[in-house]
Design a protein around this ligand. Structure first.
Ligand SMILES: [Zn+2]
Length: 387
């Protein structure tokens, strides 16, 4: 017999109705789309390799661009990026429809299409830069390219985390300084208490796209800022918003950003080492693609995607551990869990979250503990403190 989790008594800390059936349906559909999208991408790479169409595309690229290696690589990568985008358009459009079917989206088709173009533009620029860097290094350092690639990759991710709030997010969202002076003062005080150097509190205009709510501490160093979605501001009172920010500050106090970068460093090091093995295997054992032959790119993408998929549950477990630490920081700082639980409950309703997904779903897909578990832990903490 399955042991049943006792219903949580949250009297005085916000009620906890059962998951609406539509929340479970919505998340099941989202997961199916997500898995289908990844599998389609993997299948495309597998087919390109198995049928050796990748060599055909390489020959076309060389014929089109002439002898210049970089130019041919540019043409080849463009074709690969277009194919990938074409294949994921179906799942992407379906997600757009689902968000509307569940009345979560405020975005028109035109706005969505424009976002898709911008996203593709960014993927195109970063993808081309990464691929050019990769094959230049393979040519220059046939033995050690993967180590140099790893170092550059890590430097780029840190730089990107720094620049994204200033350069990338404004491409998709509008931000402005928060009007509410009282709330700004309260949140700034809370940040200072946590020893966080924050440069400003911003209102994030999320309502032009979605009804969902979000808040974050974005950027590193000089670009560090608090952003709160207008949807969150509309739904929660000051106490609840403070609880949400206290959680975000918990990440800062526990240095989760730095730890995550270190963790990512270890994992991508192993990842690049696997890529080296795959590239050498294709050249010397399979005898299909020379190391510097960029027709081996689908193999690199295939291996990299497979490794990230395999490590996803581990990364999610690490993330959930960090989230629990951040939650505990919020309760300790506020000295109460009432506002926290109320905010959890409101956010779960607003975002159509599954409060109690099955344990397996949580282990495989959830980067945050399920709302039910977060509230359960909060109440347990409050009860232990009273005793
Ligand atoms: Zn968090």
């Amino acid at each position: 017999m399955q042991p049943t989790t006792p219903r949580l008594d949250l009297s005085g800390t916000g009620a906890l109705p059962a998951d609406p059936a539509e929340a479970s349906r919505y998340h099941r559909i989202l997961r199916t789309i997500g898995v289908a999208d990844v599998l389609l991408g993997l299948a495309l790479m597998a087919v390109l390799l198995a049928a050796d169409w990748t060599s055909g595309i390489r020959n076309f690229a060389v014929g089109f661009a002439g002898d210049g290696h970089a130019a041919a690589l540019f043409v080849y990568t463009t074709i690969l990026l277009l194919l990938t985008k074409l294949l994921s358009l179906g799942p992407d459009y379906y997600s757009f429809l689902i968000e509307h079917r569940y009345r979560l989206s405020n975005q028109r088709l035109r706005g969505w299409a424009w976002d898709q173009c911008k996203e593709f533009g960014l993927t195109f620029v970063f993808g081309q830069a990464l691929v050019q860097m990769l094959y230049l290094l393979i040519r220059l350092q046939p033995q050690w390219w993967w180590v140099t690639c790893w170092i550059l990759f890590m430097l780029l991710s840190v730089l990107l985390a720094q620049l994204a709030p200033v350069l990338l997010f404004p491409l998709f969202f509008r931000f402005r300084s928060l009007d509410d002076k009282e709330l700004t003062a309260r949140l700034t005080r809370l940040s200072e208490q946590a020893g966080a150097k924050v440069r400003g509190v911003y209102e994030w205009n999320l309502s032009e796209k979605t009804k969902k709510a979000n808040a974050a501490l974005m950027g590193l160093g000089r670009t560090r800022r608090i952003v709160i979605s207008d949807t969150l501001l509309a739904a929660c009172n000051h106490d609840e918003i403070e609880a949400v920010l206290a959680h975000e500050l918990g990440h800062q106090v526990h240095r989760h950003m730095l730890k995550s970068i270190a963790m990512q460093g270890v994992i991508t090091f192993i990842g690049f080492w696997c890529l080296k093995l795959a590239v050498r295997w294709a050249a010397f054992d399979w005898k299909r693609y020379d190391q510097i032959d960029f027709a081996n790119l689908p193999l690199i993408i295939l291996v990299a995607t497979a490794i990230s998929l395999l490590l996803l549950p581990l990364m999610n477990a690490y993330s959930r551990f960090n989230e629990r630490q951040a939650d505990a920081y919020a309760w300790q700082t506020l000295g109460s869990v009432k506002a926290f639980c109320n905010a959890m409950e409101k956010l779960a309703a607003q975002n159509l979250s599954e409060r109690e997904p099955s344990r397996w779903v949580e282990i495989l897909f959830y980067s945050h503990p399920a709302p039910f578990r977060r509230m359960q832990a909060a109440v347990a903490w409050a009860t232990a403190r009273k005793a």
